[in-house]
Design a protein around this ligand. Structure first.
Ligand code: FE2
Ligand code: FE2
Length: 368
């Protein structure tokens, strides 16, 4: 069970026994044909905030309970808008693995795996109901012109407005400027920081890159502008940047994020300016929620390595709900499932995080 929402769950598998397999929960039933490789289904129409169980009935076998779970409570108030994020799409990457590199087995149409995963992530996020897309950096592997053209084509054909900030992979020493190519395809990428107002929330886009460096950089003047933008909408804010805030002064994991002193100052400034703020990042290629920070921070994983995800946000009057879903297209999942075994399987465990790191409901702070 990879994702849980208020009325649906996403169930994924690496293999199923041959024959018809029925998955059931909360009065919803889906039957799939087993025997193939990895796959995924969504069980919809579930009761919100309810304790349920998922059962699996394989062909010729008795029904068995696979998992108990609880659907999320929806945030208070009416649903106002839905948007989605993608990050770490790495168009142009040619292999994955720290010790031994995994290489592509080739998709059905010959597209490299980063392209297959990015295309499917965008398509599935829009099908989920996102009316806006936010791309949080590492759109390319090395910021080369052809890579920018490819990602601009994918994002520009999403069918909804797309806003993008770069990541460290987009701003290496040999990278070229991606903004003009993206804008040429109708994708909004600007310098520095800016705000986009959606129904019920202001999205603050922040370029946290430091050209030629892997870690991020946000000086005091820019932090003040980010906080002012977060407060300037007069309501809740969603701050999108590439680099995750480092909790400690020395980086405790690879890759380094936003240095702890800058990160702490940014989160303090946001809490003071607008406590009804959710910060979302990428860069770490894993899923984690920072719960002890002045405002909530969610790290979301990459589209193209296990588990291979995008994030959806349902904005209500009184809060926001995050769901992280695996890219379900078979041509994407066949690859991301292979990358699960990197580092002797440690990667799969590390990158996934817990269900509560991926799917949660956050009520906005009290009156400001
Ligand atoms: Fe990345
Ligand atoms: Fe990155």
């Amino acid at each position: 069970m990879f994702a849980v929402e208020d009325t649906s769950v996403q169930v994924c598998w690496d293999r199923l026994p041959p024959g018809a397999v029925a998955l059931e929960a909360g009065g919803s039933r889906v039957e799939v044909e087993g025997g193939g490789g990895p796959g995924s289904v969504s069980l919809d129409g579930l009761p919100p905030d309810a304790a349920l169980e998922l059962t699996v009935t394989a062909h010729g076998q008795p029904r068995r309970r696979a998992r108990r779970f609880r659907t999320l409570p929806p945030p208070p108030g009416r649903l106002l808008s839905r948007f989605a994020t993608v990050n770490d799409l790495h168009i142009g990457e040619r292999g994955f693995g720290l010790v031994q590199r995994l290489h592509d087995d080739g998709g059905p149409d010959g597209e490299p795996y980063p392209v297959r995963c990015a295309r499917a992530a965008v398509r599935e996020a829009v099908a989920w109901g996102a009316d806006t897309l936010v791309a949080k950096g590492d759109l390319t592997w090395s910021g080369r012109p052809g890579q920018w053209e490819t990602i601009a084509g994918i994002l520009g054909s999403a069918g909804v407005p797309v806003h993008a900030v770069p990541g460290n992979h987009d701003t290496g020493r040999k990278s070229v400027e991606g903004g003009p190519v993206l804008r040429g395809h109708g994708v909004d990428m600007r310098d520095g920081e800016w705000a986009v107002d959606l129904a019920g929330i202001r999205v603050v886009m922040v370029d946290s890159t430091w050209r030629g460096h892997s870690r991020g950089e946000l000086d005091e003047a820019r932090r003040a502008r980010v906080a002012a933008l977060a407060a300037g909408g007069g309501g809740p804010a969603f701050v999108a940047l590439h680099h995750y805030p480092q909790p400690f002064r020395l980086p405790h994991m690879y890759p380094a994020g936003l240095p702890a002193d800058q990160a702490r100052a940014l989160l303090d400034a946001l809490a003071a300016a607008n406590p009804s703020t959710l910060v979302a990042t990428g860069h770490s290629h894993r899923h984690r929620v920072h719960r002890r920070t002045p405002v909530r921070v969610a790290e979301v994983g990459a589209t193209l390595h296990y588990p291979g995800t995008w994030a959806g946000y349902a904005v209500h009057e009184g809060g926001i709900r995050q769901v992280v879903r695996r890219v379900a297209a078979p041509e994407a999942m066949a690859w991301t499932e292979r990358t699960r075994r990197v580092l002797g399987g440690l990667w799969g465990w590390w990158a996934s995080g817990r269900l509560a790191d991926r799917c949660f409901t956050l009520g906005w702070a009290g009156p400001r």
